[in-house]
Write a protein that binds this ligand. Structure first.
Ligand SMILES: Cc1cc2nc3c(=O)[nH]c(=O)nc-3n(C[C@H](O)[C@H](O)[C@H](O)COP(=O)(O)O)c2cc1C
Ligand code: SF4
Ligand code: SF4
Length: 400
């Protein structure tokens, strides 16, 4: 299923990109992604000098909570990253390839520019500067320790540094430069704006948050990971993230205006997720965790769903969906509530009494094994409609 889009001067055969991570580390994976129909791949983070924290991967996937967490991870060395890009250009034809990298050595901008040029020479279509990895220096900073060399999410919170690095890249290469930025620090709009002012052709929104890993309250020394001693704050991803990550995309889009492109990442799993991201401002859709836990084949179902939606809604192209929700998203100062109250359908109510226990409500009484709402006392908050297991309560408009 192909849904062509044009972004940063490239024709993507569809807007779905394998997000940089463990499923974009080898040529075998990249070839499979191409075969399954992905529009692009951002290859695994490449670091120069060699990554200062590099461990074999240790992941946990809490499927019932829909989230993934990890700290230990293997990054690519500069030569590994360049070789993978070179191989990918030779062995794949249809996908747009993003080089995802970070420099943290002593040479400052010169080191960044060197990486950019080498990735361009190796055949990258787009450079995606990594201002987002939370698992290296930022885990140290967030734990109150000195970070040592700063990379990823440590750098990505600083609009000045991001702007400076982007500018140096843009002036040194011919291919588009994207900045992949962190929401940590609460500065994502400013950072995106500064990157764009300095020539970025796109912003990728990482989505990830650094969080406390689950731990055993009876044995707090025990790690949640298998085959790992000790644990740290970890990088959270997966579907639970979507509400936060969509907010990131929205804030970026508001800050930078209608262009350039935004790559939305964070918890995308279904075609509905893709449509939501497009409606709040994304042009491309990056998926990492879902490719880890379900494989590359997911792209087919997502693509079919998106195409069906486009047909049903009568859109003439995918790009028409972008920003569709933005006009309706108000600030809290601009929303208006309507008067009303809850009513109970006695035929559906089984008298379970759950609604009568709602802590902030004193409007519901149980009489003769049926719930009864005193509309004078009803605040019209609507919690009871969500609590009732029989869907026996609904809200009606009207004066209380
Ligand atoms: C195990 C793992 C490794 C990752 N490695 C990278 C990386 O090397 N470079 C990068 O920019 N993002 C990396 N990410 C972030 C993802 O590309 C993506 O932005 C984020 O996980 C949110 O999307 P998701 O919920 O689909 O995973 C990684 C994520 C995970 C889970
Ligand atoms: S929660 Fe629903 S079913 Fe239970 S008493 Fe209230 S209205 Fe009736
Ligand atoms: S709408 Fe709110 S206040 Fe009214 S009955 Fe339901 S829970 Fe109580």
């Amino acid at each position: 299923m192909f849904i062509p889009v044009k972004v940063a001067g490239y024709e993507f055969r569809n807007p779905f990109v394998v997000g940089s991570g463990p499923t974009a580390k080898s040529i075998t994976q990249l070839k499979e992604a191409e075969e399954q129909g992905w529009g692009g791949v951002s290859i695994k983070l490449t670091m120069d000098p060699d990554p200062y924290i590099n461990l074999p991967p240790r992941y946990r996937w809490y499927k019932n909570l829909d989230y993934h967490i990890f700290t230990a991870e293997t990054r690519l060395t500069f030569s590994e990253g360049l070789k993978l890009m070179d191989d990918a250009r030779k062995e794949t034809k249809e996908m747009i390839l993003f080089g995802n990298f970070a420099y943290f050595g002593d040479e400052g901008l010169k080191g960044w520019v060197n990486m950019a040029k080498k990735f361009e020479e190796a055949g990258a279509h787009i450079l995606e500067i990594n201002f987002c990895c939370p698992n290296m220096s930022f885990t140290k900073e967030a734990s109150g320790e000195s970070s040592g060399p700063r990379s990823g999410a440590s750098l990505g919170q600083d609009p000045e540094l991001v702007g400076m690095i982007v500018k140096a890249m843009v002036e040194s290469v011919q291919i588009p430069v994207f900045a992949k930025i962190t929401p940590e620090g609460g500065n994502i709009g400013d950072v995106a704006k500064r990157a764009v002012e300095n020539g970025a052709s796109g912003i990728s929104s990482v989505g990830n948050r650094l969080g406390m890993p689950p731990f055993d309250i009876y044995h707090p020394q025990k790690t949640t990971y298998n085959l790992q001693e000790g644990f740290s704050l970890g990088c959270l991803s997966g579907p639970w993230l979507k509400t936060e990550a969509e907010k990131d995309v929205f804030q970026i889009r508001k800050a930078i205006g209608t262009s350039p492109a935004v790559v939305g990442l964070g918890g995308i799993k279904t075609f509905q997720d893709v449509i939501e991201y497009a409606m709040v401002g994304a042009d491309l859709f990056g998926i990492c965790t879902e490719t880890m836990v379900s494989g590359f084949g997911i792209v087919k179902k997502i693509g079919e769903g998106v195409q069906k939606y486009i047909n049903e809604m009568g859109f003439s192209s995918f790009s028409e969906i972008r920003d569709k929700m933005l006009p309706y998203l108000k600030t809290s100062a601009d929303i208006k509530t309507l008067p009303g109250y809850a009513i109970v359908d006695e035929n559906l109510c089984n008298g379970c009494e759950r609604c009568s226990k709602i802590g902030h409500c004193c409007a519901i009484e149980i009489k003769n094994k049926k719930a009864f709402v005193n509309k004078e006392k009803c605040l019209a908050c609507s919690t009871c409609t969500d609590i009732c297991p029989k869907s026996a309560i609904k809200m009606v408009t009207g004066k209380m």
